[in-house]
Design a binder for this molecule. Structure first.
Ligand code: SF4
Length: 576
């Protein structure tokens, strides 16, 4: 029987509670957003005692369903001030699900100036004072926790950035190789730091496992679903071969690869940082491509990137990270970027927010464009040590832009705009503007249809059909984020007719229910509306659903186009 684990940091108590009936059918983002909306006052300070940090595995996590091991983490975001859900791979979602932890809620704040670690077993949670690992990087924390317990112990942790409550701090999750996966966006690491929890260790010994109401039906649907994932050219071939970095050349060709702090749409050195070059490099050095961020992933877009001597540098070396450090900061050296990624994993900062902040810092003259060594120095000597400059950078892109009086600051609701220029790929601009989470490409990945021709064709340079495309994708994504599935199942779900029904059949077989496609759409709509209501009560309105002014006034080469949606056109998004 699933339970809610509730940890109160004000009185240092841990309780195991029954799952309220209203939460029983929810998982992942649907559950984290429901709990945050129900229990967190929207106007509270995100780093104060009234915010809550919530972890929830998806509805299918812990089962044999392919790609179902993503964990959702929710709170009011210190970066955006909105409600937030950020999901990550790693081992924790499947451990939680097998242990019957429907959600972990961390609330309150310690009275004394002490830090803690939290240990989870199937029977409950215990808090202990933590001294040894304070100030340590994530890699050292993994080693120390494995030594304290054992190699199989799961781990959710923050690095120094989270301890210092920086707004670009992430929460790292141990993956099957004892490396890092991240709840990257929105400063969730700062919320965990504000609760003064350095790490959460997870012992799933004797976990009861997940029960499936109709195992035969589940097995049949799981097989159909897995086949669809492997049959689709993007999830079955492109992503496993080149990783998400397959996109560098594609987005560059489309003129939508933001370059030199969003001044241009193509990067002349794109070949040097492309997925194809990365794949050749990995193959030559004996790293690994086709690698999963959690057990049960069959797409395997991840990889292990090693240096010239075969030493580990990065896994989950994503397109958005490589774009940000590469085109946006004009660095054309994959090795240097992988080293930076390694430092970011260790300090515990979101790689998108960090890279875009560095692009803005370069425009401000803090360091020259292309200066990889300068970024390493800023991360090690300023951010990790919490110097005044390190804290300006550590609070993200908008913080750097404001500190240096710039106007080209690529953020929406204070969160950095990722790797796709909204002037030349207009659907994604609608997602950035309207997402309840601030600029977030994963909230409604219009690149699929605008650029990859998945789920139809919508011309990226024209306004027609973009609002509807983003709306449909955001609704579907909110529902998929509740299942524990990785976002990349969307490619076959959009193109292969059997895929989505198989996903719904798995949920039905797992719980013995009979959801329809319309029910799933309604779930997505209700999550978005709930999140928007929270944001409205936190003080947001349609004037916050806008892109920065420079997108309207600065044409981006090579198409020389601007962002040309009117306010009324953008606001049409919410008409559902
Ligand atoms: S496809 Fe990539 S992001 Fe998705 S679960 Fe697999 S490794 Fe993780």
């Amino acid at each position: 029987m699933d339970k809610i684990f509730r940890v109160n940091m004000s009185n240092l108590t841990c309780q195991v509670e029954e799952v309220p009936e209203a939460w029983a059918g929810l998982g992942g983002r649907g559950l984290t957003s429901t709990i945050v909306a129900a229990e967190v006052p929207p106007t509270c300070h995100p780093l104060g005692p009234n915010n809550k940090l919530v972890f929830a595995p998806g509805l299918l996590s812990g089962t044999a369903a392919a790609n179902s091991g993503r964990m959702s983490c929710g709170a009011k975001s210190p970066l955006t001030g909105t409600i937030k859900e950020s999901n990550a791979g790693g081992t924790s979602a499947q451990q939680f699900a097998r242990m019957g932890i429907k959600a972990l809620i961390i609330e309150g704040q310690p009275q004394e100036d002490k830090w803690y670690n939290l240990h989870l077993t199937k029977d409950g949670a215990t808090l202990q004072e933590e001294k040894e690992l304070l100030g340590k990087g994530n890699f050292e924390v993994v080693d120390a926790v494995e030594a304290r317990f054992n190699k199989k112990t799961g781990l959710i942790t923050i690095g120094p950035a989270g301890e210092m409550k920086m707004e670009m701090a992430n929460i790292s999750v141990k993956d099957p190789d004892s490396k890092m996966r991240s709840h990257g966006r929105g400063g969730m690491g700062a919320v965990m730091g504000s609760k003064r929890i350095k790490f959460i260790s997870i012992d799933d010994k004797d976990a009861p496992g997940v029960t499936v109401a109709d195992p035969e039906k589940f097995k049949t649907a799981a097989r159909t679903f897995a086949k669809a994932l492997l049959d689709h050219p993007v999830s079955g071939e492109g992503l496993p071969t080149y990783g998400t970095n397959v996109l560098v050349n594609i987005i560059n060709e489309a003129g939508g690869l933001p370059t030199r702090n969003f001044k241009e749409g193509q990067y002349k050195e794109h070949d040097k940082i492309s997925g194809e070059t990365m794949q050749e490099t990995i193959a030559k050095r004996g790293g690994k491509f086709k690698h999963g961020c959690h057990a049960g992933c069959i797409i395997q877009c991840s990889q292990v990137y090693v240096d010239k001597d075969g030493k580990y540098l990065s896994s989950g070396f994503e397109y958005e990270t490589i774009w940000g450090l590469g085109a946006d900061c004009c660095i054309s050296d994959l090795d240097a970027m992988a080293e930076i990624d390694n430092i970011m994993d260790d300090i515990g900062v979101d790689s998108i927010e960090t890279a875009v902040a560095m692009g803005v810092a370069m425009e401000a003259g803090v360091l020259p464009f292309g200066d990889a060594a300068g970024i390493k120095r800023l991360l090690r000597e300023e951010v990790a040590k919490g110097t005044p400059l390190g804290r300006i950078i550590g609070n993200g892109t908008a913080s750097v832009g404001k500190a240096y009086g710039l106007t080209r600051i690529p953020v929406v609701k204070n969160q950095a705009i990722p790797a796709y220029d909204p002037r030349s790929i207009k659907g994604i601009g609608i997602t950035y503007a309207t997402s309840t989470m601030g600029a977030d490409h994963t909230a409604g990945y219009c690149i699929a249809t605008n650029i990859l021709g998945v789920g139809g064709q919508v011309d990226p340079l024209k306004k027609d059909g973009q609002v509807e495309l983003s709306r449909n994708l955001q609704i579907a994504t909110a529902a998929v984020d509740s299942t524990g599935m990785c976002i990349f199942v969307a490619f076959p779900a959009l193109d292969i007719p059997e895929c989505l029904p198989a996903l719904i059949d798995m949920i039905n077989a797992r719980f013995g229910i009979s959801l329809t496609g319309d029910d799933v759409t309604d779930l997505g709509k209700s999550i978005l509306k709930l999140e928007r209501k929270f944001n409205t009560e936190a003080g947001f309105n349609s004037s916050h659903d806008r892109l920065p002014e420079f997108f309207n006034t600065e044409p981006v080469p090579p198409h020389n186009v601007v962002w040309d949606f009117s306010d009324e056109e953008i606001d049409e998004f919410w008409n559902f």
